[in-house]
Ligand binder design. Structure first.
Ligand code: MG
Length: 389
């Protein structure tokens, strides 16, 4: 007789429950030959028994979402200093958008949605407080000590810095998710699922940085008239809804931009995949060019949009000035810990011996939320650890 009791690990799931083996068989049937199947995962650095009713990549997704680093994304700046506006993107809402777009593209191309989603959810875990300015400042502080780069830091978070499981450091994610987070130093191209997460990252930030810049009133719609991407969607929206104006018009243009970008990637990549006709994951990764990409036309328009964002948004005084001041605090806090490591948190202090002073300070600060760093700065000032003169 079947039973609900999983505790012993020896019982079968009750009738009507889907077992992992069945899910793996479903993937083999539904996904493309070049999709990464969870049943073919190379497993984990520290071997663990597989789960009764969750695939390997589903488990990875859950481990990432339940991590502390993931929760801290809520209070980390994307572009606009965290807390300056309730509708502005944070690192967390950005990550949710990347995951959502990744799932859409993966499903449309019969690739592994769970894998693409897990990579997307983890892709920014290594971001420092204060967005890209924070990253630059931390890299500057670490110039003589091995540098700092958020992609590499995301790997440190999931391989070392998260401490949940008694048996191993980090989250012990599958090799496939870890490989998807490795932006550099890979002998072959990333898996198609990792390529998806990468493009979804770009698609979301192009569109939401425009959206937030309009919302924050550092851009107005007229300035965007020279952008071919904006123009095209503006015309399409005006055709469908000629009465829309102001913020409502802008929201619908942004929606249309996302839709066009995703459609373009799906159509262009489907054609590239059909032409290359890879018959396995390995074959897809050995292609001379990535199989996931935009059409040439959209690629050029996106480069133009990126240039526009750099020129008009990322270094706008209302963005750059607050970020600059925040980054000065980051530099001060960094120097204070290097001088007085006894002010570090307990978990960080325990890593001093194995990781060295500067790397430990860097990990500790990179993990901070914007507001924690501001609080910590105030605490160090109050305690005369930091000199304000
Ligand atoms: Mg990102």
């Amino acid at each position: 007789m079947q039973t609900n009791d999983f505790a012993g690990g020896a019982n079968l799931p009750p009738a009507g429950w889907k077992r992992r083996e069945q899910m793996e068989a479903d993937e083999r049937q539904a996904l493309a030959p070049f999709a990464q199947k969870s049943g073919d995962s190379r497993g984990r650095k520290f071997p663990e028994p597989r789960h009764e009713y969750r695939t390997e990549f589903q488990r990875d997704r859950a481990r990432i979402i339940h991590s502390r680093a993931f929760r801290r994304l809520e209070y980390k700046t994307q572009v606009f200093l965290n807390g300056t506006g309730d509708h502005l993107r944070t690192r967390l809402t950005h990550t949710c958008e990347v995951a959502s777009v990744s799932r859409t593209i993966a499903r449309a191309l019969a690739l592994n949605e769970d894998l693409a989603e897990a990579i997307a959810l983890a892709h920014d875990l290594g971001h420092s407080p204060f967005g890209h300015s924070g990253e630059e400042m931390l890299a500057e502080c670490m110039r003589e000590h091995g540098g700092f780069e958020h992609n590499r830091q995301s790997l440190r978070v999931v391989e070392l810095l998260e401490r949940v499981y008694p048996a191993f450091p980090g989250l012990n994610l599958t090799f496939e998710v870890l490989a998807g987070l490795q932006k550099h130093a890979q002998a072959t191209r990333p898996s198609l699922e990792a390529q998806i997460a990468d493009l979804a990252d770009e698609i979301t930030y192009y569109s939401h940085d425009l959206d937030d810049a309009l919302d924050f009133a550092i851009l107005d719609g007229d300035q965007l008239d020279d952008s071919p991407i904006w123009q095209r969607s503006h015309e399409r929206v005006a055709q469908r809804n000629p009465d829309l104006l102001g913020a409502e018009l802008h929201k619908n243009i942004i929606r249309d931009i996302i839709d066009l970008q995703v459609r373009d990637v799906v159509a262009t990549s489907a054609a590239a995949i059909a032409a290359a006709a890879p018959m396995s994951v390995q074959e897809a990764r050995r292609q001379p060019e990535p199989l996931l990409h935009y059409s040439e036309e959209l690629g050029a328009a996106n480069r133009e949009l990126r240039r526009f964002l750099y020129e008009n948004v990322y270094y706008h005084p209302r963005v750059a000035e607050v970020n600059r001041r925040a980054c000065e605090m980051l530099r001060t806090v960094f120097a204070a810990y290097v001088e007085k490591p006894e002010w570090l948190g307990d978990a960080a202090a325990r890593r001093l011996e194995s990781e060295g002073l500067h790397r430990t300070v860097c990990d500790y600060i990179a993990g901070m939320t914007d507001r924690y760093l501001l609080e910590e700065h105030a605490r160090l000032v109050k305690s005369y650890v930091v000199n304000t003169t």
